[in-house]
Structure formats: structure tokens, C-alpha cells
Design a protein. Structure first.
Ligand SMILES: *[C@@H]1O[C@H](CO)[C@@H](O)[C@H](O)[C@H]1NC(C)=O
Ligand SMILES: *[C@@H]1O[C@H](CO)[C@@H](O)[C@H](O)[C@H]1NC(C)=O
Ligand SMILES: *[C@@H]1O[C@H](CO)[C@@H](O)[C@H](O)[C@H]1NC(C)=O
Ligand SMILES: *[C@@H]1O[C@H](CO)[C@@H](O)[C@H](O)[C@H]1NC(C)=O
Ligand SMILES: *[C@@H]1O[C@H](CO)[C@@H](O)[C@H](O)[C@H]1NC(C)=O
Ligand SMILES: *[C@@H]1O[C@H](CO)[C@@H](O)[C@H](O)[C@H]1NC(C)=O
Length: 486
């Protein structure tokens, strides 16, 4: 049946279908330095396998979990995603005091799962210092050493790094960034041993950086735009004369400065958590969807930008984990705590984020997309595709082999992309989203990974004359006639 279209519409259509039918190689683009924290302090989340599928669809290649749950670690096997796992604060003392306990932890939580699951690092505790686990602070580094010894005994010490995430509170001074310095009460007993260990083992210093809290704690002193990466002026560091356009860079550099003050200059900073809540209680005005989307998208754009880095370390791309994948309903008050997720617990997105980085900031608004119905027949979708990508003049480049929307290589996916392009170019006229009843309007962004389904706000003017729709109907009638005749 394809021959009819080849005669009528030239080469584009046959190329499209050949590629649809004979190839299935997945695109290999990835979001690089942007990871996500997969917290599970909730009783209503999708399964770990669904979380893995979601991360893969979004192009996320690094994930952090806050425990060492066997089911979760197993779910990430052969996923192409590297996983950072965590030793809970309660296990640190035992591991620090007894090498056998460390060996058992590695035997139970790591050895059964590698190399199928790519474990990138083991975090010894979470923000132990200056928290309610502060009394175990002095056990962190001994525990890190014992875990390292266990990994070494299993030849895993070069692939799995041993780290320990800290909050900004380990610095007693972080402004201006060049004056960053560790709190003197922990410097000699904990920080220097930790930095020595990290330096010797080639592991990064893990920092939880939350410009949100810096802003909330000092809204007079910290401009919101500076926290959201949208400041037009930024801040000049009066010592170094370096220009800071955002608080995230300033926090990272304050840690570099604090390490340099102790003569450690070869330890990279990895941001083990950062994020912004999309909702808060009535006193948490800055916690809203628009700020959350602005912060996280600008963060991603900054991280994936070529030659990105911080003013103190230009060209050294910062690696960061966004907190968090899902909203977590069991987190304690305030409301913002439960609303750091990019996704709701039902798997729908709180706001769109492009993990590959984009240009500028997307502002949250109600948008409408046109997609193929998943109950439409392949034949009818093919007919519609022939029209849309041919005389309909939709831009179908993205669904050609090698294009960002080629995978999954299905009629529904390819038709959805093409239908939407046509629909948007038709100024979102609902009549341009029918295609013999094979299409459906939706308010849910169908974008995934690097495949972006464009959507725009209504404006005047139609790119397609109504004749285009009549033309399509006539074409369909003709095709059906010919098909029936065959
Ligand atoms: C630290 O404090 C916690 C909670 O108060 C307690 O359960 C734990 O035994 C203490 N650990 C040490 C090593 O003192
Ligand atoms: C760092 O190195 C310099 C130069 O070698 C030395 O003067 C200084 O005391 C060192 N500082 C620390 C904290 O070790
Ligand atoms: C977006 O949609 C929601 C729910 O349908 C509605 O409450 C809200 O007013 C809409 N916002 C805009 C800007 O149209
Ligand atoms: C079409 O869209 C409606 C409204 O969004 C939805 O309820 C329905 O499930 C969709 N149908 C198909 C087949 O995708
Ligand atoms: C329709 O095409 C999809 C691939 O796009 C294929 O998986 C499915 O089996 C086809 N359905 C029928 C009924 O041929
Ligand atoms: C969509 O197309 C079908 C079949 O051509 C037609 O019956 C239906 O009325 C159309 N719907 C709209 C809203 O135009």
C-alpha cells in the first residue's frame, strides 16, 4: 500500500517508514552531569522498576538513594544508570568499630548486585555533622576507612567511591565564597581526616547545597533571583574579584575555598542534593511550582553547558543530584518538605524539566498537546503520518532514525510527535487534532528524554488553511477506497 504515497509525496515518506520498520537502535544521548535523588519516604510511590523506567525515559544516568534497599539496587541492574547508595546513620558506629561489620555490610549490600548494578559510590551517612546524629560524627571517617578496606579486598575500590554528604553547616563562613572556611570545632578531628581520606582515594567531597534555604533564612540578604539563577547583576567576591551570577556556584566555591585553606586542592565537590520545593504552607511563599521549575531547569542548563564550572573552577563541570524524583508524603512538616519532587507519587510530573538542558527558563503554564490515541490502528496512523509529514508540512525530522524522538520506534509515538507538530503549527485549533479520530488532545506534556513535544500559547493566525483539513479528509477517503479495493 505504501507505493501510492511514494508516487504522490516523494521520498520523505518512504524514508520515514523504512526507518520505522527496520531499525530499533536506541539513541545514546544522556543528560551527563545531572543526577537525581530517589527518596522513598512515602507510602504511595510507583515501584522501583517504574522509577528506573522514568529515569531512563528522562535521560537521567545517575541516581542517589538514601539506603541500600536490595529491591531498589536490584531494579537498577542493567539500567545504564549508576547508583549511589547510602549507609544509614545508625549503622555507622558499628562499621567504624569493627572491620567485620563493614565486610558484612559490603557482603550483604554490594557484592550480590555488582557489576549488574553499576554502584558509583557509597555514602557513609547523610548530613551527620551538626544534626541529631552529631554524636556519631567522629565515627564517620573510621567507617569510611573500613568500608574502603572491604571494597579493596573485593577489588571494587577503584569503581566505587566512599563518600559522606555534608550540609553547608560544616562551613562557619561561606560569604564571600573566597572566605569559605570549615567550622573550627570539627576541622581538626573530622574534616581534615575526611579530606585526607578523600584525597588519597580519589573520592569527591559531597555537599548538599540548598539555595532555597539560604533564601528562606535571609530573604532580605539573598535576592530571590540570585538563588534562582536569574539575577541580572550577580555578586562580585570582594577578595577574589570573581563574578557570581548565582548562589549555587557561590556555595560550591565556598567549599573549594575552605578545602584550599586546609591545603587540599585536588578534591572535587559533588553536589549530593539540591532542589526547590514546588509547594509550601502559607508561610512558605517561595515554595511554588514556578520557582521550583525555574531553579531546577536553570541548574540543569548551567550544569550541562559546555565549559561550565564555577568561577573558582571554570571548565570543571559540576556534578549534582537534584532532590528529588518524587514527592514524599511521609516527610515531616513543613509542607515544603513533602513537595521537592519533580513527579507526583502517581508518576505524573509536577512540572516539566528537560534533563538535557535547554535554553532559558520555561515558565509553567497550561499547555495543550495533540497525541495519537493508543487505541488507533497502525494502518490509520500510517495514513495520517503520510499526510502530516508530507502535504501537512509538519517537521518530522525528530522521528527519523537518529532523531531524539525516534525511540520508542512505534506508530503511536511517531504519530504523536507529528500530530503535535501539525497541531501547534495550526495554532492549536482542535480541528487540527483529529486525523479521522486517531488523535487526542492532552494537557499532560508527552515530552520524554531529549524528545521535546513543542507547545505554545494561543496567538492569532493559522498556518494551515481549513482546506488542509478537507484535503486530509479527501486523502483518507481515497486511501480507504484503494485499500478496500486491494
Ligand atoms: C547517639 O545518639 C543517639 C540518639 O540520641 C543514640 O541512640 C546513640 O546510641 C548515640 N550514639 C553514640 C555512639 O553515642
Ligand atoms: C598550607 O601550606 C602552606 C604552605 O606550604 C603552609 O604555610 C600552611 O601552614 C599550610 N596550612 C595548613 C592548614 O596545613
Ligand atoms: C490552568 O488549569 C488549571 C486547572 O485546569 C486552572 O485552575 C488554572 O486556572 C489554569 N491556569 C491558567 C493560567 O489558565
Ligand atoms: C483521550 O483523552 C481523554 C481526555 O484526556 C482521555 O480520557 C482518554 O483516555 C484518551 N484516550 C486515548 C485512547 O488515549
Ligand atoms: C502496531 O505497531 C506496533 C509498533 O509500532 C506493534 O508493536 C504492534 O504489534 C502493531 N499492531 C498491530 C495490530 O499490528
Ligand atoms: C473526527 O473525525 C471523525 C472521523 O472522521 C469524525 O467523525 C468526528 O466528527 C471528528 N471530530 C471532530 C471533533 O471534528
Amino acid at each position: 500500500m505504501g507505493s501510492i504515497f511514494r508516487h504522490r509525496f516523494g521520498m520523505l515518506v518512504p524514508l520515514l517508514f523504512l526507518s520505522m520498520m527496520f531499525s530499533s537502535s536506541p539513541s545514546s544521548v544522556s543528560a551527563g552531569s545531572v543526577g537525581i535523588c530517589y527518596g522513598r519516604n512515602a507510602n504511595n510511590l510507583p515501584t522501583p522498576l517504574q522509577a528506573v523506567a522514568l529515569c531512563r525515559a528522562k535521560g537521567i544516568t545517575k541516581v542517589r538513594i538514601f539506603d541500600a534497599d536490595p529491591g531498589v539496587i536490584q531494579s537498577f541492574s542493567d539500567s545504564g544508570i549508576s547508583l549511589s547508595i547510602t549507609i544509614s546513620n545508625g549503622d555507622i558506629t558499628g562499621i567504624a568499630l569493627d572491620q567485620n561489620v563493614a565486610d558484612k555490610w559490603i557482603g550483604d549490600n554490594v557484592l550480590p548486585y555488582v557489576p549488574a548494578t553499576s554502584i558509583s559510590s557509597i555514602a557513609v551517612g547523610t548530613e551527620v555533622i551538626f544534626t541529631n546524629a552529631a554524636n556519631i560524627s567522629s565515627f564517620i571517617v573510621p567507617a569510611m576507612r573500613n568500608i574502603f578496606m572491604s571494597l579493596k579486598a573485593n577489588n571494587l575500590d577503584s569503581s566505587i567511591k566512599v563518600v559522606s554528604p555534608n550540609s553547608m553547616s560544616v562551613l562557619s563562613k561561606s560569604y564571600p565564597p573566597s572566605a569559605g572556611i570549615f567550622d573550627p570545632t570539627i576541622t581538626y578531628n573530622i574534616i581534615i581526616p575526611m579530606l585526607s581520606f578523600l584525597s588519597q582515594t580519589g573520592a569527591p567531597f559531597m555537599l548538599n547545597s540548598y539555595p532555597y534555604y539560604a533564601y528562606v533564612n535571609d530573604p532580605q540578604g539573598v535576592p530571590l533571583e540570585y538563588a534562582l539563577f536569574t539575577s541580572k547583576v550577580g555578586v562580585i567576591d570582594s577578595n577574589s574579584q570573581l563574578h557570581y551570577t548565582n548562589l549555587f556556584d557561590a556555595q560550591v566555591d565556598a567549599v573549594y575555598a575552605a578545602m584550599a585553606a586546609l591545603n587540599f586542592s585536588n578534591i572535587p565537590v559533588v553536589v549530593s542534593e539540591t532542589g526547590w520545593p514546588s509547594k509550601g504552607d502559607s508561610s512558605e511563599k517561595a515554595a511554588n511550582t514556578q520557582n521550583a521549575q525555574t531553579y531546577n531547569q536553570n541548574l540543569i542548563n548551567e550544569l550541562v553547558r559546555d565549559q561550565a564550572g564555577t568561577p573558582m573552577r571554570p571548565g570543571t563541570q559540576v556534578e549534582a543530584y537534584i532532590f528529588a524524583l518524587y514527592n514524599e508524603n511521609l516527610k515531616p512538616d513543613p509542607e515544603s518538605e513533602r513537595n521537592f519532587g519533580i513527579y507526583y507519587a502517581d508518576g505524573t510530573e509536577v512540572y516539566p524539566l528537560n534533563f538535557y538542558g535547554g535554553t532559558g527558563t520555561v515558565v509553567m503554564q497550561n499547555r495543550t498537546w495533540c497525541v495519537a490515541r493508543n487505541d488507533a490502528s497502525n494502518g490509520s496512523l500510517q495514513i495520517a503520518l503520510d499526510f502530516v509529514c508530507g502535504p501537512g508540512h509538519a517537521n518530522c525530522d525528530a522521528i527519523q532514525e537518529g532523531g531524539p524522538c525516534y525511540e520508542p520506534n512505534t506508530y503511536v509515538n511517531h504519530a504523536s510527535y507529528a500530530f503535535n507538530d501539525y497541531f501547534q503549527k495550526s495554532n492549536m485549533d482542535p480541528r487540527a487534532c483529529n486525523f479521522s479520530g486517531t488523535a487526542n488532545l492532552t494537557q499532560r506534556d508527552p515530552s520524554y528524554g531529549s524528545c521535546i513535544f513543542y507547545a505554545r500559547l494561543p496567538s492569532s493566525g493559522y498556518l494551515h488553511s481549513p482546506q488542509a483539513y478537507y484535503g486530509f479528509s479527501a486523502l483518507v477517503a481515497l486511501v480507504l477506497l484503494l485499500l478496500l479495493r486491494d
